[in-house]
Design a protein around this ligand. Structure first.
Ligand code: F6R
Length: 575
């Protein structure tokens, strides 16, 4: 996830570009760059690392009379965070910034290379500017149109060229882009925060739009709400973002012909008979889902380990084991140490991680990036969604199974239904007292129960436990009374009757039960209805959103700071 800005018609456009990038820096900060047209000539300045490095460099550049410019802050997806890979990418007379992923860049690159056009970066973005210059025959807009027709994928693009130095070209498909104006001044940005204070009207560019715009809408009045996109907390925004984030996570990976991981090749799995997954917290719960999926489909034995335990228990590590670590931050100390331990024992290692260039990514043999974007809420939501999705795709990959359509349906199931959100908001007031929660489920819904309970306890501070539904009668059912709250995750596709019996056992002992299912169970107190689906993973993703919303709404009613719950930190770099 990256941020882009652009500006035309103000004095010292570089100031707006740097200020705008600062607003977007949380989205990605492994490199940044700007390009300006100054007296008809292109000037490009880039720097690796945080924005302050770019600011320092810009201070040492002398400008004459720059009229327009574009800028970018990068969160690496294709290629390492180096200056060559940083945006803007340049050709002989043009520069481009891009948010998103060009799916067919390798194909285009090969075609252009045949025409003796060379590339300096490892990125997908460079093909845009090279294609544009290749198509240019005296009409920049025509060349831009042809470029846009040739590329596939998700993008928001800004391009400037010495050939028509008064224009900023833009195109959008899938990634956000706003163009705003104030009298004769034009501003572009990938979210509205950089625009506030500069422009009073904005046009939210639609998918498929490119060139110029003429319809403008008012901007929100305050920067803080703009960053949260009108949501009360980042966590809420991130729950709502899951649909888009999963699209990005699966882009170019979940294809009609099966799963493609550019990061992997089948030879990497040669000689592998077992898998160990090591992780902490929410990432550990995602790992548990992976165990159910991979063992069932790919028939490879999977052990899932809490990293802080694995690290000290002198485990038996055999070389036919693939060691997978899962981490949002890529800096979790215990997870990192288990990765080092596995490498020392000679195991092949794979990281599923959200932060490129993090310690875990640098340490692992291979990495699949989660592409969840920056997660600001301390309670992980969208990162968990991408972890589970990536494990599901990995399981398909290992099993040579094609669930293209089902994966897409599961993504659809994460779109937040406003009526259900409203219902959860109302229901939440009934669950603020009592002596605690049990979240119960079977199969993949058991790790989801663990995760639902973790979400609730970490932000509401109410005690909650996840339990396998069939295990309640072996002890915890002794706690059942009207003040014990049970959230039952009841799948229509996996062990429906057995889970239903477990729910009835609790209801019979007067526990207060909230069932999440596509089928209403008469005896339970409350009920959140999900859509009828014919695959458990579709139900999983819909239920995931419901458990996250429940935790959110209970915590809000308790008056807690949802994004920064007490005693916690986003990145746990101590053991
Ligand atoms: C809970 C949560 C934590 C993290 C855990 C591991 O909402 O976010 O449980 O999942 O601290 O962190 P990462 O994934 O960064 O290794």
């Amino acid at each position: 996830m990256c941020g882009i800005v652009g500006v035309k018609g103000i004095k010292n456009p570089q100031d707006f570009l740097l200020e705008g990038l600062k607003e977007l820096e949380y989205r990605g900060y492994d490199s940044a760059g700007i390009a300006l047209i100054d007296e008809g000539e292109l000037k490009v300045i880039k720097a690796v690392g945080k924005l302050k490095n770019l600011e320092e460099k810009v201070k040492n550049v002398t400008f004459s009379n720059p009229t327009l410019g574009i800028g970018h802050t990068r969160w690496a997806t294709h290629g390492k965070p180096t200056e060559l890979n940083a945006h803007p990418h340049i050709g002989e007379f043009s520069a481009v910034v891009h948010n998103g992923i060009i799916e067919n860049y390798q194909e285009i690159k090969k075609e252009l290379e045949k025409e003796n056009i060379s590339f300096v970066s490892q990125t997908d973005t460079e093909v845009i500017v090279k294609l544009f210059e290749h198509f240019y025959e005296g009409d920049a807009f025509e060349a831009f149109k042809k470029t846009f027709e040739k590329i596939d994928g998700a993008y928001a693009i800004l391009l400037i060229t010495e050939k028509e130095p008064e224009k900023i070209f833009f195109a959008k498909k899938g990634s956000p882009l706003i163009v705003a104006k104030n009298e004769g001044k034009f501003f572009f940005a990938s979210s509205d925060a950089p625009l506030i204070g500069y422009a009073n009207t904005a046009h939210y560019v639609e998918d498929g739009e490119f060139g110029y715009v003429d319809s403008f809408k008012p901007l929100p009045a305050n920067k803080e709400s703009a960053k949260k996109g009108g949501f009360r907390f980042y966590m809420e925004k991130e729950i709502y973002e899951q649909y888009d984030v999963l699209k990005e996570n699966t882009l170019g990976r979940n294809t009609k012909d099966g799963i493609v991981f550019d990061e992997l090749d089948k030879s990497f799995f040669e000689g592998i008979n077992n898998i160990i997954i090591s992780a902490c917290g929410t990432s550990y719960h995602a790992g548990l889902v992976g165990k159910y999926l991979i063992e069932r489909d790919a028939k490879i034995r999977v052990d899932v380990e809490v990293a802080s335990e694995l690290r000290y228990r002198k485990p038996l590590l055999s070389k036919d084991t693939l060691f997978i670590v899962i981490s949002q931050s890529g800096e979790t100390a215990d997870t990192l140490e288990t990765l080092k331990m596995a490498k020392k024992a000679g195991l092949k290692t794979l990281a599923l991680c959200n932060m490129d260039n993090s310690s875990i990514v640098r340490e692992a043999d291979r990495t699949i990036l989660l592409r969840a974007g920056i997660e600001k809420g301390v309670a992980s939501t969208k990162a968990f969604a991408t972890q589970v999705m990536t494990l599901w795709m990995l399981s398909n990959y290992l099993a040579d199974k094609n669930e293209y359509e089902i994966i897409n349906q599961a993504i659809e199931a994460t779109k937040v239904n406003s009526k259900i959100h409203e219902k959860i908001k109302r229901l939440s007031k009934r669950y603020l007292h009592g002596h605690g929660f049990f979240f119960i489920g079977r199969d993949i819904f058991y790790p989801l129960a663990l995760e639902g309970a973790l979400k609730l306890k970490e932000i509401s501070y109410i005690h909650a436990e996840g339990y396998p539904a069939g295990e309640m009668k072996h002890g915890p059912i002794a706690l059942a009374d009207p003040e014990l709250f049970v959230v039952a995750l009841l799948s229509k596709n996996i062990l429906f009757e057995k889970t239903k019996s477990n729910i009835e056992e609790l209801a019979a002992r007067d526990a207060t039960v909230l069932t999440v299912s596509s089928e209403e169970i008469e005896l339970t107190d409350d009920y959140v209805k999900i859509s009828l689906a014919n695959h458990p993973m579709i139900e999983f993703f819909e239920m995931m959103v419901i458990t996250q919303l429940l935790a959110l709404e209970v915590a809000i009613r308790m008056g807690n700071d949802v994004d920064m719950p007490r005693n916690l930190a986003k990145s746990v770099t101590v053991e």
